[in-house]
Design a binder for this molecule. Sequence first.
Ligand SMILES: Nc1ncnc2c1ncn2[C@@H]1O[C@H](COP(=O)(O)OP(=O)(O)OP(=O)(O)O)[C@@H](O)[C@H]1O
Ligand SMILES: [Mg+2]
Length: 501
Amino acid sequence: MEQNQRIIDTEQLQALFDIGQVINSIAQKQPLLEKVMDIATEAIRADRGFLMLKDESNGNLNVEVARNMSEGQADDIAKPSSSVINKVFKETKPLLLHNALTDPRFSGSESIILQKITAVTCVPLILKGVSIGVIYLDSAANRQEFTESTMNFIQAIANQAAIAIENARLLEELQYENRLLQSELQRTYGFPEIIGTSARMQEVFDIMRKILSSDISVLLQGESGTGKELVARAVHYNGHRKDKPFVAQFCGNLSESLLESELFGHKKGSFTGAISDKRGLFEIADGGTFFLDEIADISPTIQAKLLRVLQEGNFRRVGDTEDRHADIRIISATNKNLSSEVEGGNFREDLYYRLNVITITMPPLRERRSDIPVLVDHFLKKIAEKHNQKPKRISSEVMKTLAQYHWPGNVRELENTVERAVVLAGDNIISQSDLLIPQVEDSKTKTRNLKEQEKEIVLRTLEECEGNKTRTAEILGVSLRWLHYKLSEWNIGKNRGNQDS
Ligand SMILES: Nc1ncnc2c1ncn2[C@@H]1O[C@H](COP(=O)(O)OP(=O)(O)OP(=O)(O)O)[C@@H](O)[C@H]1O
Ligand SMILES: [Mg+2]
């Protein structure tokens, strides 16, 4: 190529520079190919031409753009003259012919004969030393432009074009991947991704289904890592607000002023650092769902403002006098016991009742151990998909260890444990030593008081009976009333809302 460039004159170099700018500004493949053909045809004053690209899936060269001829005509030339085109393509060297009509390599081409084509030039589109296609140009009348110098000029254009084509291809690929990711995300937010077949989880799904099409406020309670955010997203993305934003704000240990300005926005100059007007997240979430995470920690001032949003849908930006309105569904979450916070005077009772029209209590993993194997399988599949591999296998012994562990960090901890085990196992099947969790004996021998043991036995039996309370009571030799009493003491089976809380 160095050699070729040297025999391009200054005028052509200027033209090449301009052409480079034009083709690099076109991001889509088809318009880009059209432009490249326009420029190349014009440069050599060709009568006709076409551009072919290699189809990566079968290795064939396909006509992508044709100038002053039909694609059929282009095919007609490309086939009999395939030795010419293949030679250029394979050898990555341009070719110039002045006697196409008599050249044996074009014999049998109706198009060449009918159009009395004499001059032909064909240049490869080269990327990193490899051909990705060719540009073919010919002429019946105008032979004088078909010179070495013009051919080299076209080759230089082709070199620029090859890079631009590759960029456009990469962009298309990215856009395609982005779509895949989006649909994957959508799938993640649907119930199918909330794994759990235990009676406790079925109870959660039941309530979720009932509240999907309503706008009532939902309070999600449960330990860390039990899936509160997962449920919040699923409620949003499966409900009628799904095409509007889902906005999440973490409210724990944030300064009051920062949180206030995040939620409600502020007016320019309302405090040091407020250099311009700012929209709050409530404005951004308009029409959608607002997820207030770690709600128990918010200050009395914000509690009061939040109450107003819940009562009237109105709020003000910090430092502003104008009321703004937003149509928002509120889902909040906490791993504290919010009613105790109310009793302790830390949380406004009226706000509590507004937030907690329905409570969903996420069961900790140790109270739904039957879900552990399905969760493990789910995470093994998820990890394998991420790395484009087959899901790793796990022995039944290892699965048993996982199912017996007490999981203080719940599903998040299980997910991390599985991911780490996959890495540690390398090419082998996952073994005990890859788990890096305290041995089962620890949880078995861990001293627990009678109350804890009672709860565990009752819940395990309930799970074995798939949530059937009458059978559970029978097996345990207790009355149904006692069982109901105990379950309500543990806040189980009463995912109903503030009338019960
Ligand atoms: N039932 C489930 N099925 C599949 N994945 C789950 C399930 N529950 C939780 N997870 C996964 O566990 C992790 C923790 O879940 P999530 O963030 O929803 O928990 P959280 O209750 O909001 O925790 P925290 O209180 O710590 O914020 C996430 O990666 C989530 O995808
Ligand atoms: Mg969370």
